[in-house]
Design a protein around this ligand. Structure first.
Ligand SMILES: *[C@@H]1O[C@H](CO)[C@@H](O)[C@H](O)[C@H]1NC(C)=O
Ligand SMILES: *[C@@H]1O[C@H](CO)[C@@H](O)[C@H](O)[C@H]1NC(C)=O
Ligand SMILES: *[C@@H]1O[C@H](CO)[C@@H](O)[C@H](O)[C@H]1NC(C)=O
Ligand SMILES: *[C@@H]1O[C@H](CO)[C@@H](O)[C@H](O)[C@H]1NC(C)=O
Ligand SMILES: [Zn+2]
Length: 468
C-alpha cells in the first residue's frame, strides 16, 4: 500500500466485493474511468495500482450538517480536529453550519472569517451554509451579497437556536429568504420546531430530580412542535410559489425526528410536487427514549430522540425514500457544559457528538433492516451532493472528483476509551460504549490519500468550497 507522504496524481483502485469487480482510475484528482464487472483472473491493469481486495470502494460521505465551531469555539471542536475525524470516518466533504462558531456566518465579513479559519487546516473539503436571521432576512442586498460571496444556501431556525447571535426567524423572514435563494437556485435549510402557546411546558425547572428525567425533557419538545413548524413552512412555500415570487426555491428540513404527523405532511407536500427534501440523523435511528438513562445528557439534542416505535417508523420512511438523506448534526461542546454530575436535561448543552462514527453507525444499526451499500451511497453521498450543489461529487463516475472511501463492512470494533477518536472531547459522544461494524481503511479527497488506518496525511489538503 501507499505511503501517506505521497500525493497521488495517477492511480487505480481495485476492489472485489462478492465477485463484483470495480476498477477506478484516477488522474489529477479526478476519476477518469470506472470499470465494473465480474472479475476475470489474469486481467491486466497498467499503471500505479492499489488493490483493496474484498473491501468496499464507495463515494466518500458528504455530511451536509456539521458544527465545527471555528472560529471562536475551538475548544468545542475546530476545523483541524473536526476534519481529521471526518477523514477517519470516510467523510470527504462536509458543509459547516453557520452557528456555534463565534461569530455566526451571517454576512460577507463573517463568511470571510470562516474561510480564513479553515485555510490550511482542513483534511477534507468544506463548504459553508450561511445564516438567515432577522438582521439580514428583510434586506435583499445583504442576502444577495452573502450568496454572491459563496455560501451554498441558508439555514434558519423557527425556535430559539440556543446561540444569542443567531435568533429565530418568522414566516416573513423565511418568505424573503426563499425569494432571494430562488435566484441562485440554492436551498433554505430549516430547523423545524415551533413553540406552541398551547404547550405550556416549562423550559427551566428548579426541581433537579425532575430535570434529570429524560421524560421531562421529552415533554418540553413534543412532536407537535415539529408538526406545527412544518405546517407553517408549507403554508409559506405554497403562497410564495402561487405568487411566482419564489419559483425554483428549494426547502430542506434538517434533522427530522417526528416520524408521524410531520412526515405525513412532508409526504403530502412531495406528492403535490413541492421542491422539498428532508434529512434525519443516525442518532434518531440508533437510539430510543426508552433506553436513555435519566441524567445521561450525552443524548440531549433537539428535536429529541423519541420512542422506539417512532424510530421504527423513521427506518421505514428512510427505506421507502420518504426521508431523502442522512447527516450527522455533529454538535459537540466541552464536557463541562453537558453537566454530567448534575445530569440536568433542561440546562445541559443540546447536541450529539458523532462525526467520526456515522458510517459504521448507519451500517451497524441498519443491517437489521436490510440496508444495502447502494442505499448508503444514496443517503450519504448522492443526495447530499445534490442538495449542496456539488455536481462533481457524490458518485464514482468518470469526470467526478476522486472522493472515495475504502472500508471493510464486516470488521467490528468496540467504541470505548481505547478507540482512537480524532474529534475533541470524545467522552461526550452518545455512541461511546457501543459495538460497531465497519472499519474505514482509506479515505481519498480529490485523489489525495488523506487517511489510512490510523494515520492522516502530513498536510491538510482539503479546500474551502465556495459557490460561484
Ligand atoms: C442592508 O445590508 C447592507 C449590507 O449588505 C447594509 O449596507 C445596509 O445598511 C442594510 N440595510 C438596512 C436597512 O439595514
Ligand atoms: C417578522 O419580524 C419582522 C421584524 O424582524 C416584522 O417586521 C414582521 O412583521 C414579522 N412577521 C410576522 C409574520 O410576524
Ligand atoms: C407576492 O410577491 C410580492 C413580491 O413579489 C410580495 O411583496 C408579496 O408579499 C407576495 N405575496 C404573498 C402572499 O406571498
Ligand atoms: C483500555 O486499555 C487499558 C490499558 O490496556 C485497560 O486497562 C482498560 O481496561 C481498557 N478500557 C476498556 C474499556 O477496555
Ligand atoms: Zn445542527
Amino acid at each position: 500500500m501507499e505511503s501517506l507522504s505521497s500525493i497521488f496524481t495517477c492511480h487505480i483502485f481495485l476492489a472485489l466485493l462478492h465477485q463484483n469487480f470495480l476498477q477506478v482510475e484516477v488522474k489529477g484528482g479526478n476519476i477518469v474511468s470506472v470499470v465494473k464487472g465480474i472479475y476475470q483472473h489474469g486481467e491486466i491493469i497498467k499503471g500505479h495500482v492499489v488493490d483493496y481486495g474484498n473491501a468496499v470502494v464507495m463515494p466518500g460521505l458528504i455530511d451536509v450538517h456539521a458544527h465545527l465551531d471555528d472560529p471562536g469555539r475551538t475548544e468545542w471542536e475546530g476545523f483541524s480536529s473536526g476534519t481529521k475525524a471526518a477523514a477517519a470516518g470516510g467523510i470527504t466533504t462536509l458543509i459547516d453550519m453557520p452557528l456555534n462558531s463565534e461569530p455566526s456566518t451571517v454576512s460577507v465579513e463573517t463568511l470571510k472569517l470562516k474561510v480564513e479559519a479553515a485555510e490550511e487546516k482542513i483534511y477534507v473539503d468544506v463548504g459553508f451554509w450561511g445564516g438567515l436571521v432577522p438582521e439580514n432576512a428583510l434586506n435583499v442586498s445583504a442576502l444577495d451579497s452573502l450568496l454572491k460571496a459563496g455560501v451554498l444556501g441558508l439555514k434558519s431556525f423557527m425556535c430559539p437556536s440556543g446561540i444569542n447571535d443567531f435568533p429565530m426567524t418568522n414566516s416573513s423572514h423565511i418568505k424573503e429568504g426563499l425569494h432571494v435563494l430562488a435566484k441562485y437556485k440554492r436551498p433554505l435549510l430549516v430547523h423545524a420546531e415551533m413553540q406552541l402557546d398551547s404547550e405550556g411546558y416549562p423550559k427551566e425547572n428548579d426541581d433537579i430530580n425532575d430535570a434529570r428525567l429524560y421524560s421531562t425533557y421529552l415533554r418540553t419538545r413534543p412532536p407537535s412542535m415539529e408538526e406545527a413548524a412544518i405546517r407553517e413552512l408549507l403554508e409559506v412555500t405554497k403562497h410564495t410559489r402561487a405568487n411566482g415570487s419564489a419559483e425554483g426555491s428549494h426547502l430542506h428540513i434538517v434533522h427530522l425526528s417526528d416520524s408521524r404527523a410531520s412526515l405525513k405532511l412532508l409526504k403530502e407536500a412531495k406528492s403535490r410536487g413541492d421542491s422539498i427534501t428532508v434529512e434525519t440523523c443516525p442518532h434518531y435511528l440508533a437510539f430510543s427514549a426508552e433506553e436513555i438513562q435519566d441524567g445521561d445528557t450525552r443524548f440531549k439534542c433537539s428535536p429529541p430522540i423519541r420512542d422506539a416505535a417512532n424510530r421504527e417508523n423513521l427506518w421505514g420512511a428512510l427505506m421507502e425514500g420518504q426521508i431523502d438523506m442522512l447527516s450527522s448534526d455533529h454538535s459537540p461542546t466541552i464536557p463541562e457544559l453537558k453537566l454530567f454530575g448534575e445530569g440536568n436535561f433542561l440546562k445541559a448543552w443540546g447536541g450529539i457528538s458523532s462525526l467520526q462514527y456515522v458510517l459504521p453507525v448507519t451500517w451497524s444499526y441498519g443491517k437489521k433492516y436490510g440496508i444495502t451499500l447502494n442505499q448508503l451511497a444514496s443517503w450519504w453521498s448522492e443526495r447530499p451532493a445534490k442538495l449542496a450543489g456539488q455536481e462533481l461529487k457524490g458518485a464514482i463516475v468518470s469526470g467526478n472528483h476522486a472522493d472515495i472511501v475504502v472500508w471493510e463492512p464486516n470488521a467490528e470494533f468496540e467504541l470505548d476509551e481505547n478507540h482512537t477518536a480524532y474529534h475533541k472531547n470524545p467522552s461526550i459522544s452518545a455512541y461511546m460504549g457501543t459495538r460497531l461494524s465497519g472499519k474505514v481503511l482509506a479515505t481519498f479527497v480529490r485523489g489525495n490519500l488523506v487517511y489510512k488506518e490510523g494515520e492522516h496525511a502530513p498536510a491538510a489538503c482539503g479546500v474551502p468550497i465556495l459557490a460561484k
